[in-house]
Write a protein that binds this ligand. Structure first.
Ligand SMILES: Nc1ncnc2c1ncn2[C@@H]1O[C@H](COP(=O)(O)OP(=O)(O)OP(=O)(O)O)[C@@H](O)[C@H]1O
Length: 582
């Protein structure tokens, strides 16, 4: 958790001043019962002015205490809010460094809970901790010391009660700490279900799964509620237990003090002072109990936030570009050499011993059945994942030697799921190149067969896209994401099944304009459709993670049984005719 403490260091001054002012407030509070005792023990008839003086002192103590309390609150709020802001930013920045392997392993739902709810809990913990962590024990122990200055025999009641109080508090704390972690994990599950439900609402309704979703949510929500209730009850035990203990102690105290008052060895005012000290202890122990519950929650949340910061990304990039002479223009644009890849936690490899090379300017089709490894293969090129075995080279240079920005600049990838962000079309297009002119944007849109879509929108390039581009159709989104990748002028363009929502004519026109991009652009077209890849210079056929064929459409029809099978299933008439002709 030291990795979180670093962010509080920036608020060192506030973190010292907040408890300090709280201690000053506490010190003033401790004098109040003494002044009241003096007031009671003063003969009112002969010393009226003294009574008014004590009254004035009491008012002064109250106002000065209030002033200290406000200042302490200011500093603790400043420190805790600033600290939480810095932690939130640090966690967000750190997540950006994660490779897909880490993101897959930890899961986005728990990251959202940790970044929002957990950080908020830590903020509350820091705020309360700075104000009360020292104040409450200080008042409890201070009240005991003051009691000893009044009467040692009565003060012994305090000396016995206070350690028992601390013991009970500690026991409940130890029991509840691990449960708070479980509560947050339960919250992760509920967040995951909510997210899945909201993002998949159309599918859920189409399959009439609303009732099942409600039941599943209810099940998890109930489990979370029960756990929360159990932890709440456990923590709530603290208050009645401490009340009972203090009330017993108060009865014993009054009995002892009463005896001494009867004997004439203790003035009545001092009994009231002792009683007031006992009341102060009750109030502070209640605050302490609330503080401990909050701190427990905060600690459990802080551990979860800290564990995100502890994750080291498995992907590192060099700071410097490989020198120009290391990138050979004559070398293949992309070369896979005996590449295998297994997802973390998956038993079997998703790709096994893949070797092929592609020259600059070539168009490569990747085809294969569902789950054959097509997306996995293209995800290795921009280093979404690193190959578990073998090597991948770009222009003769290992991909691990490219700094992140250079790799990003070289490769334009259009993922299977078209994703656009809230903002104007122009803003989205400029993700590819922030300096791109409108002319360059229109060029990319034209190439991606998206010009008409934008021209028909009321504000053209300024048309506002909703979150996830939900005010566009699936095909429109796909074309805009292709245009976004083209704005980059990438050397490598990867289209991962990104024309699946396009009609045949648009798909054909798109492929034609991509083929015309020129010799400097190497294109990977991932598809399950033969029509989408048949004109590629080279087609890779994947079957269950292995490369079972490489060649042109004609070559593969001749010598790749898997390709033949796909062709027959998609073009039954033609393949029948070809067989008859043969
Ligand atoms: N993040 C992941 N974690 C674990 N296994 C994965 C992950 N992504 C994919 N896989 C597995 O890897 C294999 C290849 O998946 P991949 O997505 O590359 O197939 P694909 O050929 O692109 O399929 P499709 O045409 O359906 O998109 C599948 O068995 C899949 O279950």
């Amino acid at each position: 958790m030291q990795n979180l403490a670093v962010y509080l260091k920036k608020y060192r001054k506030e973190s010292i001043l907040a408890p300090l002012f709280k201690l000053l407030e506490a010190l003033f509070d401790l004098f109040v019962p003494l002044v009241i005792a003096r007031m009671i023990d003063t003969d009112a008839a002969s010393n009226r002015h003294l009574i008014f003086l004590y009254f004035g002192v009491l008012l002064l103590l109250a106002f000065v205490g209030l002033g200290f309390s406000i200042v302490a609150q200011f500093f603790s709020a400043k420190a805790s809010v600033g600290f939480a802001g810095a932690v939130r930013q640090a966690v967000f920045d750190h997540i950006q460094t994660f490779s897909f392997t880490e993101l897959d392993a930890i899961g986005s739902d728990t990251l959202i809970t940790r970044l929002s709810d957990d950080v908020n809990q830590v903020q509350t913990g820091v705020n309360m901790g700075l104000r009360l962590l020292l104040r409450s024990p200080f008042i409890v122990l201070g009240a005991m010391v003051m009691a000893f200055t009044i009467n040692v025999r009565c003060a012994l009641v305090f000396a016995v009660t206070i350690p028992i109080l601390f013991g009970v508090t500690f026991l409940i704390m130890m029991l509840s700490i691990p449960l708070f972690g479980k509560v947050q994990a339960g919250l992760d599950r509920v967040t995951a279900l909510t997210r899945e439900n909201l993002t998949g609402v159309r599918v859920i309704r189409a399959f009439c799964r609303e009732q099942r979703c409600v039941e599943e949510f209810e099940e998890n929500n109930q489990a979370l509620t029960h756990l929360n209730l159990f932890v709440g009850r456990l923590s709530a035990l603290l208050n009645p237990l401490t009340y009972v203990l203090i009330n017993i102690a108060t009865v014993v105290l009054i009995q002892r003090a009463g005896v001494q008052v009867n004997l004439g060895s203790l003035p009545q005012g001092q009994v009231v002072a002792l009683y007031n000290y006992m009341l102060q202890i009750i109030v502070e122990v209640i605050k302490l109990a609330a503080l401990i519950i909050t701190l427990n929650k905060s600690l459990a949340c802080a551990k979860r936030v800290s564990s995100v910061l502890d994750i080291k990304t498995s992907m590192t990039y060099p700071a410097r570009t490989p020198s120009f002479h290391m990138e050979h223009t004559a070398a293949p644009a992309v070369a896979f050499d005996d590449v295998s890849f297994t997802y973390q936690g998956a038993g079997a490899p998703s790709l096994s011993h893949i070797s092929f090379s592609v020259m600059s300017g070539e168009t490569v089709g990747i085809i294969g059945g569902t789950g054959s490894g097509k997306s996995t293969l293209v995800h290795l090129i921009p280093r979404f994942y690193d190959a578990t075995e073998g090597s991948i080279r770009l222009n003769g240079c290992p991909i691990q030697d490219f700094p992140h920005e250079i790799l990003c600049r070289k490769i334009g990838i259009v993922p299977q799921r078209a994703l656009l962000f809230q903002g104007s079309i122009r803003e989205n297009m400029k993700w590819g190149n922030e300096h791109a002119s409108d002319e360059a944007l229109w060029q990319a849109l034209t190439c991606a067969q998206a010009r008409e879509i934008v021209e028909n929108k009321p504000d053209k390039l300024d048309f506002h896209l909703e979150q996830n581009g939900r005010n566009l159709s699936g095909g429109q989104k796909q074309r805009l994401t292709i245009a976004r990748a083209l704005v980059k002028n990438p050397q490598l363009l990867i289209l991962d099944d990104s024309s699946s929502a396009l009609d045949f004519a648009t798909d054909a026109a798109l492929r034609k304009s991509i083929r015309n991009l020129g010799d400097s652009v190497t294109t990977f077209l991932v598809s399950q459709r033969i029509a989408a890849v048949r004109q590629a210079d080279k087609i890779l056929v994947l079957d269950n993670g292995t490369l079972v064929g490489v060649g042109t459409h004609e070559q593969l029809l001749h010598d790749c049984p898997v390709y033949q099978g796909i062709y027959e299933s998609q073009f039954p008439e033609e393949s029948k005719k070809e067989r008859e002709d043969a």
